[in-house]
Design a protein around this ligand. Sequence first.
Ligand code: NAI
Length: 478
Amino acid sequence: SLTPDQYKVADLSLAAFGRKEIELAEHEMPGLMAVRREFADAQPLAGARITGSLHMTVQTAVLIETLVALGARVRWASCNIFSTQDHAAAAIAVGAGTPEDPQGIPVFAWKGETLEEYWDCTDRALDWGDEELNMILDDGGDATLLVHKGAEYGKTGVVPDPSTADSEEFAIVLSLLGRELATDPQKYSRMAAEIKGVTEETTTGVHRLYEMFRNGELLFPAINVNDSVTKSKFDNKYGCRHSLIDGINRGTDVLIGGKTAVVCGYGDVGKGSAESLRGQGARVIVTEVDPICALQAAMDGYQVTTLEDVVSTADIFITTTGCKDVITAEHMSQMKHQAIVGNIGHFDNEIDMAGLAKIDGIVKTEVKPQVHEWRLPSGRSIIVLSEGRLLNLGNATGHPSFVMSNSFTNQVLAQIELFAKTSQYPVGVYTLPKELDEKVARLHLDALGVKLTKLTDDQASYLGIPVAGPYKAEHYRY
Ligand code: NAI
């Protein structure tokens, strides 16, 4: 059974509730359950030691237990300070045991971590004691970043200096590395040498991987799970369509219908977010930098303009860009009284929270956890959700199971690819083959009563594609 130093969660007594919700989620995650059945005998992940850094939710619990069912051993941390569902984390820690005798999976995650605790949890998930991990399953790239930064300093022998950091959070990372490397300078270099690869969940983490690869810094191969069609065109879009308003409702319970809502960014997340708000009857305005996405938004019937044009008249502001400084302190000081401001992109730098806090005379009041009223010197106040971190996971419970089953089936297939076929993947960033993408979609059709049309041989040869797929060329964009 797990000893107390092998996990850290908020409250083990929530495990029974967590287990109930995991059982309900399994039924809604047909892709993951099919993969469990398909690979039950083959055990393709036997010998895999996977460190996961991904929102510790009920859906992630089903992912973790799928990896274990295929033979892997797992250690887990969340990839955001607010996104853990404490009952899911407790159920994972308790496993087949009881709260008094947990026998589950090492997990270091609770809702409302400090940034120091967050990075410590990530580090503990990476630390397998006498063994080394050999796989990373990442969301946003923080576990990958810690290994890379640690290995870099391990190589040069230069002790990380927090005062050189360009942000408060990076200073925390550097001081953690400084502490760890002081006692074991090669800790992260050893890890990097053993890691067969990383599978990355989200747009922002994927950006980081391609950048590291371009700069010649990437130390192991990566599969870009985000750009499986059955991930980004579903989770990012339909997931956010569900969970954006869930977060706004649970955070504020304000009537969205009739309000003016601004969605910054019209990529996959922006498309789902705009539809989510329009579905509630909001008048939605989009901002974009990319003319193609701006044109898409216009064709979809949204007004497209700049934030400056509407900042003092709109009621709800949502960032979905993965960019930084999209909503500045200056913007926020011009907003209407009780305007709602939130972010659904991966990191918290889309909204300039540091700048907001620095406004002379500003007063921050906690309405409830993850909901704050910031009273400006003008006497007006704005409501900021999840301190500018992704609000669908901070104020609500993230995406629902069915859409995450698509994302996570891609994750499991990607883990199997990299772990079982390591030699076929030299250091680089890859996407899964289209056959597997189509397979993930196929696994989710029955549950929705979808009946596919079958190509005749004659039709297939007319189109020049196999009857069984893949049906589209690589360049097709869906
Ligand atoms: P994307 O690249 O498809 O879309 C981002 C869009 O923002 C692009 O069209 C880009 O042109 C636009 N943009 C960039 N800078 C801008 C600016 N300054 N003003 C206006 N528009 C701007 O990326 P995707 O997949 O939509 O992801 C967006 C973010 O959401 C990423 O950080 C991603 O990791 C995260 N994400 C969050 C999820 C959640 O559950 N909260 C789920 C999936 C992704």
